[in-house]
Design a protein around this ligand. Structure first.
Ligand SMILES: [Zn+2]
Length: 388
């Protein structure tokens, strides 16, 4: 299958003008890692990557996260030993969001796009392609290098779940680069929010809606009372909340007795996140007391946030890399969680790096070809800059 698709890609090289190794790797993975139908179902893709890493001279280990999350592949750790001191970690995720099956990539000016019926999955196959291309470049150049650690995670797109199960003691690196961010190459994500999922269940009292409505406690109306008293949307410059799901079902002749509502809160600071969680719990308690309904709030803390100061080694290194590559640098906080959140929580300084894609998670997703090509060069330059 793989050689056949490689030949197909190569024979269509005109359509993908000036195809580079990095571009080729990206396209091959788009087309071959096609069993990524769901975020947990990535067996075929992970097997391809294990082989590629092994062929590059890495020792490769796959953990049992698949079993723990009900998926069929684990996180992949790879190490390319080097002759120089130091260690550096690169990471991307193997899963993709829904509608990532049967992708038909094509060139559209300076960009690679899908045919408009699926996502492109540049998030995050482009990161994987760039890391593999960086390793290939290092091997081809024969340059001495330090220990290079590679991490390809599963189930990142569902609450950054795969990296929750990592064995962080396997890593020797003190800094990590997570190639998993939208934007042009040169964009550095130095922060990401804390996040919690919020759920409340309302247990009311059923009663005949026509004969005895006063004996009932309406769970739908009670839920609406909670929602009307709790803030939503932009909470502050650094915090947001989003109430996204409201489920209740019942015939109109019975006072509704059950509803479940869920949402999320994100914040750049743990203080604001915890303050909103307390506000949520208080509103639930107040409305329960007023209405007589049972309201059960549930808070699932998904991940911790991070903020890497510009003076930190990972960012100083990237400034040097981009100066050498003559690429303008943009340093921004991101609005979503990523594997860098968990790496930072576990003591590894990690930042996000863009690889040129945009409008990810939609059928309008695209990637700038030049950025994709230069992302492999970026990985090579990070390794060669050697300040870690
Ligand atoms: Zn991603």
């Amino acid at each position: 299958m793989l050689p056949y698709i490689l030949n197909t890609v190569r024979s269509n090289a005109n359509a993908f003008c000036n195809i580079s190794k990095c571009c080729e790797c990206f396209l091959v993975h788009l087309l071959t890692v096609f069993s990524i139908i769901t975020v947990k179902d990535i067996t075929h893709g992970s097997d391809v990557l294990v082989k590629k890493l092994t062929d590059l001279g890495c020792s490769v280990y796959e953990d049992n996260t698949g079993e723990q999350i009900g998926g069929n592949a684990g996180n992949i750790y790879a190490v390319l030993e080097g002759s120089l001191e130091g260690s550096i970690l690169f990471s991307s995720h193997m899963d993709r969001v829904a509608n990532g099956f049967g992708i038909k990539p094509k060139c559209c000016g300076s960009r690679i796009v899908s045919d408009g019926t699926t996502i492109l999955a540049a998030d995050d196959i482009s990161g994987i392609a760039a890391i593999l291309d960086g390793l290939r470049r290092i091997k081809a150049s024969g340059s001495p290098h330090p220990r290079i650690e590679v991490l390809f995670t599963v189930c990142e797109e569902v609450l950054v779940t795969g990296s929750r199960y990592l064995d962080y003691s396997r890593f020797q690196s003190k800094i990590a680069f997570v190639l998993d961010s939208p934007g042009r190459i040169g964009r550095i994500i130095n922060g990401a929010p804390y996040k919690a999922q919020l759920i409340f269940e309302v247990k009311g009292q059923p009663s005949h809606a026509g004969n005895a409505p006063e004996k009932g406690i309406n769970a739908v109306v009670t839920s609406a009372k909670v929602l009307s008293r709790i803030r939503d949307g932009r909470l502050s410059p650094s915090s947001t909340a989003n109430w996204a799901s409201f489920e209740a079902k019942g015939p109109s002749n019975v006072v509704n007795a059950y509803a479940i509502v869920s949402g999320e809160v994100r914040s750049a600071t743990s203080e604001e996140l915890y303050a909103y969680v307390e506000e949520f719990r208080k509103v639930c308690a107040d409305v329960a007391q007023e209405t007589g309904a049972e309201i059960i709030p549930q808070v699932n803390f998904n991940y911790e946030g991070f903020l890497i100061e510009e003076s930190r080694p990972s960012i100083c290194l990237m400034k040097k890399v981009f100066e050498k590559m003559q690429i303008p640098v943009i340093i921004e906080r991101g609005g979503g969680g990523m594997d860098a959140n968990r790496l930072n929580t576990n003591g590894i300084e990690a930042i996000g790096l863009a690889t040129g894609y945009a409008q990810n998670h939609s059928s309008s997703e695209y990637i700038e070809k030049d950025d994709l090509i230069r992302s492999g060069e970026m990985v090579e330059n990070i390794i060669l800059t050697r300040e870690y």
